[in-house]
Design a protein. Structure first.
Length: 317
């Protein structure tokens, strides 16, 4: 005799409540945004969805040269010609997921769910940051510490990062009329290079800022007009210096130095939850679900090499 289920209040286990989906996405958005370091300063570029290309093209105006030509009465001067430069940005999709056992409750925002979303969000932020870091690492406007002229000359005994190198980088940016970001240039460094700068008497620790409400992610201090943010994912070129010394890259830049992309119409990173029972024959006993993140159409590119200085210095033991 067939058994009829008369319980009309049962929840389909393959569906996630819309209200819970929204809460989970908000949790991911907050967690990812708070953990972006390199990516937080890129000029945001929206790429049309379904554009049929894996590359975005950014066009920027070329600055006009100043003119001291005196206007002559009755003479119409020649016009200045506007021109643009194109920058290609490769687009790609990124994402990962974790498998969750049937002990997780998919009908409530319990601790395993929160932990999974937070872990994936932090990993996703670090992953996208590595994409941006890889682009910045190839900058052509390079300054070598201690007056050296090449990476292979850097030695760990004499060529660590100093405040003088920071001043030189600022000078290079000012020579090219690089615009500042909220009144200052930005620097991205790692724990080892931060250690070398904090002993300078001109270093202003972030705890001493007068306006601490407008901090960047991971901001640690300010020196000679550069606000520094720290990341454990700072670029290190292992064995690239003299006598196989490790070389650190510190990026100092202003406005419009580089760009990041996302697809328009929902191309931002999103969390994807597949509850128990959603895998069909692949999970015949409803033993697991998955939680993952995905971002589509993401890319980064330097859009103005003269607005970015990469300082290369040797790391001390």
């Amino acid at each position: 005799m067939p058994v009829t289920n008369t319980n009309t209040n049962m929840t389909n286990r393959t569906e996630l409540k819309p209200s819970l989906s929204g809460v989970i996405q908000q949790l991911m958005d907050r967690e990812m945004e708070a953990n972006l370091v390199h990516a937080q300063f890129g000029k945001a570029i929206n790429v049309p969805r379904n554009a049929g290309t894996s590359t975005a093209t950014l066009r920027r105006w070329v600055e006009l040269d100043p003119s001291t030509t005196v206007l002559q009465e009755g003479v119409v001067p020649d016009p200045k010609l506007l021109s643009q430069e194109s920058v290609s940005i490769p687009l790609a999709a990124y994402g990962e997921y974790v498998k969750i056992t049937d002990k997780l409750d998919y009908t409530a925002l319990d601790k395993p769910m929160v932990d999974s979303v937070q872990l994936l969000s932090r990993m996703g932020a670090r992953s996208l940051d590595l994409v941006v870091r890889g682009v910045l690492s190839a900058a052509t406007n390079v300054l070598y510490a201690n007056g050296k002229t090449s990476r292979t000359e850097l030695t760990k005994d004499t060529d660590a990062l100093t405040s003088k190198d920071v001043q030189k980088a600022v000078r290079l940016l000012e020579r090219t009329n690089t615009r500042k970001i909220n009144g200052d240039f930005i620097g991205i460094l790692g724990p080892d290079t931060k250690y070398m700068l904090m002993n300078d008497p001109m270093w202003i620790d972030v705890a001493k800022y007068q306006d601490a409400a407008k901090l960047y992610n991971n901001e640690v201090g300010k020196l000679y007009g550069v606000r520094f943010v720290e990341t454990s994912e700072a670029s290190i070129l292992e064995g690239a210096g003299a006598s196989s010394a490790d070389v650190a890259q510190t990026f100092i830049f202003g406005d419009q130095a580089y760009a990041t992309t996302q697809l328009s119409g929902g191309g931002q990173p999103r969390i994807i939850v597949k509850p128990l029972g959603s895998a069909g024959a692949e999970d015949p006993q409803d033993q697991f679900g998955t939680v993952g993140y995905k971002v589509e159409g993401y890319g980064a590119a330097i859009i103005n090499q003269t607005h970015l200085v990469c300082i290369e210095s040797a790391l001390l033991d």
